[in-house]
Design a protein around this ligand. Structure first.
Ligand SMILES: [Zn+2]
Length: 152
């Protein structure tokens, strides 16, 4: 019995039976597709410029992506960066600040309250300043890779 169940779970003929899951791939045929070098798309997005044309803005407000570029009408709102920008920002801020924090601790051993007064606000400020350009660069990356709204 146990053997039959194992065979059924690994037998390719058995796995093909039944309804097949729909496959999904990014929509690479329709805009917003930045036909520029990857570094250009990243740099434009990081500077709050449309990765497709380089003229319109990516954001309305701090982090909200515009529905479409005001200049070239690329549907930037379909590029959903979701949690990627905070992950990238945490990665960057951690690698920027952890070495000096550890070095100062080893070299001077300041009191813990000094660490808290200095590093916590600095981490918050740098994270806030980096989040927007990182999200813009992520939108540029997604635009360059051809991500967009899934096909209907
Ligand atoms: Zn544009």
């Amino acid at each position: 019995m146990q053997r039959n169940m194992e065979r059924a779970a690994t037998d390719p003929a058995r796995l093909r039976e039944g309804p097949q899951p729909e496959s999904w791939s990014p929509n690479r045929d329709t805009p917003p597709r930045a036909e520029v070098p990857l570094t250009t798309a990243l740099w434009r997005g990081a500077r709050n410029r449309c990765p497709v044309c380089g003229e319109g803005r990516v954001f309305q407000g701090y982090l909200r992506v515009v529905p479409e570029c005001a200049n070239c009408h690329a549907p930037l709102g379909t590029l959903r960066a979701d949690d990627a920008p905070p992950y990238f920002t945490i990665f960057l801020v951690g690698h920027l600040l952890l070495p000096p924090i550890l070095w100062i601790e080893r070299a001077y051993q300041p009191a813990m309250w000094i660490h808290m007064v200095v590093w916590l606000p600095l981490i918050a400020i740098i994270t806030t300043l980096l989040l927007r350009p990182v999200k813009g660069a992520t939108v540029g990356l997604m635009s360059r890779l051809g991500f967009g709204a899934p096909r209907d």
